[in-house]
Design a protein around this ligand. Structure first.
Ligand SMILES: NC(=O)c1ccc[n+]([C@@H]2O[C@H](COP(=O)([O-])OP(=O)(O)OC[C@H]3O[C@@H](n4cnc5c(N)ncnc54)[C@H](O)[C@@H]3O)[C@@H](O)[C@H]2O)c1
Length: 254
């Protein structure tokens, strides 16, 4: 699908890879609606790219529906939906002082997996009512963000890995569900990316993590994620799959 002139919904757009997607798409002539639970950062990025910043917790069905409706009123229907909102968490199942917190596990699943599905179901419903953009019948594209932790989760990553494996798991059934509307669904599984999510690690830990990537020996850049997202939107044969963006990294147990 040609991206110029389209409208897009981007979640987690106040930071990292979501913000990079908002910058790239806005520069390519897309009207971007940026959704994020952090009202301040999303307003900043929206101002910078000339987009619409919307404070929205993707766990909240009513708030998310309201945000997507406001984007629709200003930009028209979105044919591009990029889901980057997410959190990382680490907790062993058996801790020194007892079992892992059930609420903490639930929170990660709630944001990363159910929140992503929430945005997708609302965007897909809107997209399904649009006229196709071409003779092939394409109406829109949805991109979700998993992680290589979906495949090689490390010690303490049960909740995070389960949430991301859930995103991988729903990619094909959603692509099959939405095929009759001409809506594609693809997932990107990043490795180690240089975003605020990993910025809190000590320098030594960052250096040794970067050295563990076979090639190139560095963290990925948020712009490399955005470039791949744009390619997915433009390449109609990409559907129902998961692309690793990880420099051949396979995470060790810890
Ligand atoms: N950085 C990495 O190395 C890495 C690797 C693999 C996967 N990922 C995944 O990529 C995605 C983007 O990560 P990033 O590195 O850009 O992180 P980031 O922390 O820079 O950005 C994540 C954004 O999501 C927002 N967010 C969190 N919870 C939300 C909610 N409930 N509702 C709406 N917005 C919410 C945050 O406010 C933040 O702006 C995440 O899903 C993350 O799990 C990141």
């Amino acid at each position: 699908m040609r991206i110029e002139g389209q409208s897009a919904i981007i979640t987690g757009a106040g930071s990292g890879m979501g913000a990079a997607c908002a910058r790239r798409l806005a520069a390519a002539g897309v009207k971007v609606a940026l959704l994020d639970a952090n009202a301040e950062t999303v307003a900043d990025v929206a101002r910078e790219v000339g987009g619409m910043g919307l404070h929205c917790d993707i766990r909240d069905a009513a708030q998310t529906e309201g945000a997507i409706d406001r984007a629709f009123e200003k930009h028209g229907p979105a044919r591009i939906c990029i889901n980057c909102a997410g959190v990382v968490a680490a907790e062993r199942i058996v801790k020194r002082d007892g079992p892992a917190s059930l609420d903490a596990f639930r929170d990660v699943i709630d944001i990363n997996l159910i929140g992503t599905f929430n945005v997708m179901r609302l965007c897909a419903t809107q997209m399904s009512t649009l006229e196709p953009v071409d003779e092939g019948g394409e109406r829109g594209v949805m991109i979700t963000t998993a992680s290589i932790a979906a495949f090689d989760g490390q010690i303490g990553q049960a909740a995070y890995s389960a949430s991301k494996a859930g995103i991988v798991g729903m990619t094909l059934p959603l692509a099959r569900d939405l095929a009759k509307f001409g809506i594609r669904v693809m997932t990107i599984a990043p490795g180690l990316m240089d975003t605020p999510m990993l910025a809190g690690l000590p320098d030594k830990a960052r250096e040794s993590l970067a050295a563990s990537v076979p090639f190139p020996k560095r963290f990925g850049q948020a712009e490399e994620f955005a470039d791949l997202a744009i390619h997915i939107v433009e390449n109609a044969m990409l559907n129902g799959g998961v692309i690793r963006l990880d420099g051949a990294l396979r995470m060790p147990p810890s």
